[in-house]
Ligand binder design. Sequence first.
Ligand code: ATP
Length: 239
Amino acid sequence: MIELIGVTKSYAKGSVKAVDDVTLTVKPGEIFGFLGPNGAGKTTTIKMIVGLLQPDSGSVKVANIDVLRDPLTAKRQIGFVPDQPQVYDRLTGAEYLNFLADVYQVPERRRGKRIEHLLEIFGIKEAIGDLVQSYSHGMKQKLVLTGALLHNPPVWIMDEPMVGLDPRSSFLLKDLMGEHCCHGNTVFFSTHILEVAERLCDRVAIINKGRIIACGTLDEINKHHEKETLEKIFLELTQ
Ligand SMILES: Nc1ncnc2c1ncn2[C@@H]1O[C@H](COP(=O)(O)OP(=O)(O)OP(=O)(O)O)[C@@H](O)[C@H]1O
């Protein structure tokens, strides 16, 4: 469902190599955790998957669609949650969600039910008529999550989605992720919370200095490194 082949990206006229020859495949039905220390290249990789940044070389496919050649069709398959919830402050929550539903061409008769369902899950239904500028960080994150998922995309790509969520919302999101993948869809998310990755993910990749240094199921990674927790493996590999 997600395929990266030899993807490379540099910043500052080539002086900072953020992502270096990354090849990854994420299969249908998988929850895939993308791990790495600060500055490892996670956000840059994610931005290339969702078509916000162009790789210097390599190819990116989502649901078999080339993100560079056919970005609009590829983006329809994706629900993207960035690391910072950026919402138009002077819209109400409802206006923001309707705007996104228009962008994703969700028919009016279908959007109401879907939006209501997600708002109920995240517990922000009462605030939906208020201006976004009055929302807390967590409420903005929940609104962004609702906006990213309202067109029911098969591929969820999330950059640190649990940041700012209270334990209950975080639990509900993890539940939603599991349910989504049970139906043959895909979730790809970055996190610094290794316990979450350990419990939730079918497979993980660890990126360090732009390069993938481990990838597989936790059992596969454990076999190579013979440590009892992902945290210990992570610390050993990225020190
Ligand atoms: N616009 C930019 N210009 C120059 N360098 C950049 C730019 N954006 C990112 N970088 C550099 O690219 C590298 C990878 O950054 P990236 O944001 O992808 O890492 P990350 O793994 O998401 O980090 P974090 O966990 O801190 O969010 C870092 O060295 C970062 O400083």
